[in-house]
Design a protein around this ligand. Structure first.
Ligand SMILES: [Zn+2]
Length: 130
């Protein structure tokens, strides 16, 4: 059985993997960094980029290290998200204004209909009196 916590964490980690696989950063040694998960107690399961040659016996490796879920990309993402949110809010405001206008027009229309009905009623009363 999966707890709610587990479901959301598996979604977010697959999101990170999908995203980062498209744009793996380059190591300082020139090869693309590979995505791994941390096995230290403090950051257990946290995704990071490391040199793809790290832990490969006999191969030289660099000290490249970068958390997959932090740093500038993440910040940029957050900024983009905020901009999108503001844009949506603006759109919503416009839609609300539009709605308000339509409602006002509808109210005027209703008023006209009411007047016309009144006139028709008066006319009919006159006809009946004649
Ligand atoms: Zn490297």
């Amino acid at each position: 059985m999966m707890s709610k916590e587990k479901v959301s964490s598996s979604i977010s980690s697959s999101f990170i993997v999908n995203r980062t696989l498209e744009n793996n950063p380059m190591c300082t040694c020139g090869s693309p960094a590979s995505l791994r998960t941390s096995n230290t107690r403090r950051n257990l399961g946290r995704a990071f980029f490391g040199c793809s040659n790290y832990n490969m016996k006999g191969l030289p490796h660099c000290n490249f290290f970068k958390w997959a879920d932090s740093g500038q990309e993440r910040e940029q993402e957050l900024v983009n998200f905020k901009i999108e949110l503001l844009r949506k809010k603006d759109e919503l405001q416009k839609t609300q204004e539009e709605f308000q206008k339509t409602r006002e027009e509808l109210r005027k229309l209703e008023e006209e209909v009411r007047k016309t009905m009144e006139e028709v009623r008066h006319g009919m009363e006159k006809v009946r009196k004649v």
